[in-house]
Design a protein. Structure first.
Length: 266
């Protein structure tokens, strides 16, 4: 058997948000081994400096390489914006990052107005700005920084009044601009889809990159020669119990193989 087939796919995020990506990958790759790292000890990344984010992602990548991962998914828009170029330049392993779903939003809008909900770190990133410049010449783009939403998801308060209140604060101004498409520019935000739908109604299409990442992975790695069901291993840098509880709600099955590991951040 090809040794490459045995090596796991690595996925990392600041916490549970990247499990939205993990879930899609697991559907497409039932026979692959997957290692997921949630850096919940340092979550959120949204307001951290580029320097700090690069140092954190370096530590996670080095850990995943030691675990023999053959490819790494940076399942965090903010981490992608700050560190993907650095990672690609300094490591031989292939990386897939999160690209804001601006292109499909721009192509599908009828009103000519799209909304983007993301973190400050994503909006400050080169990838967001280059993608926006490339695809939105004839489209009005309305943005909102979702400050505090990641923390609500990480604490399991997705259905709380606090979460609805915060979402309304960020989304209502965009609705007043006649948006018909809303880009969820953070892997934590699809977890809030049902709450967002209550605010936007059926008039606004929600777009995220979760399925696109799984499709991209399909074009890079070969189908495994084995038909043995793949294993899932989870690591977190912070609290295990809360991650496990919220994580099981997201991926809709139990998380058994989970450990806490301390990151060596310089």
């Amino acid at each position: 058997m090809n040794k490459f087939n045995k090596q796991p796919i690595g996925v990392f995020d600041t916490g549970v948000g990247g499990l939205t990506i993990f879930k899609e990958i697991r559907k497409k790759f039932p026979f692959e081994n997957i290692i997921y790292f949630g850096d919940n000890a340092h979550c959120p990344y949204g307001n951290k400096s580029k320097f700090k984010i690069i140092n954190l992602t370096k530590s996670i990548v080095q850990f995943l390489i030691k675990e023999r991962c053959k490819i790494i998914i940076v399942a965090c828009n903010t981490a992608t914006a700050s560190s993907i170029e650095y990672l690609r330049q300094n490591y031989e392993i292939p990386f897939i990052g999160m690209e804001p779903a601006i292109k499909p939003a721009a192509l599908n809008t009828i009103s000519g107005n799209i909304g983007i909900l993301a973190t400050k770190g994503t909006f400050d990133g080169e990838l967001y700005n280059s993608t926006r410049e490339k695809y939105t010449n004839n489209v009005n783009v309305h943005i909102s920084i979702g400050e505090g939403l990641v923390e609500l998801v990480e604490s399991g308060k997705m259905n709380s009044q606090s979460s609805i209140k915060l979402l309304k604060k960020y989304i209502s101004p965009m609705l007043s601009k006649n948006i018909d498409t809303l880009v969820l520019g953070c892997t934590h935000y699809p977890i809030l889809k049902e709450q967002i739908k209550k605010i936007t109604g059926n008039k606004v299409k929600l777009i995220d990159s979760t399925k696109a990442i799984a499709e991209r992975l399909l074009s890079i790695i070969p189908n495994p020669e084995t038909k043995t069901k793949g294993t899932d291993i989870f690591y977190v840098s912070g609290e295990v119990k809360k991650f496990k509880k919220i994580g099981e709600m997201i991926i809709e099955h139990s998380i058994k193989n989970i450990s806490k590991t301390k990151l060596e951040v310089k």
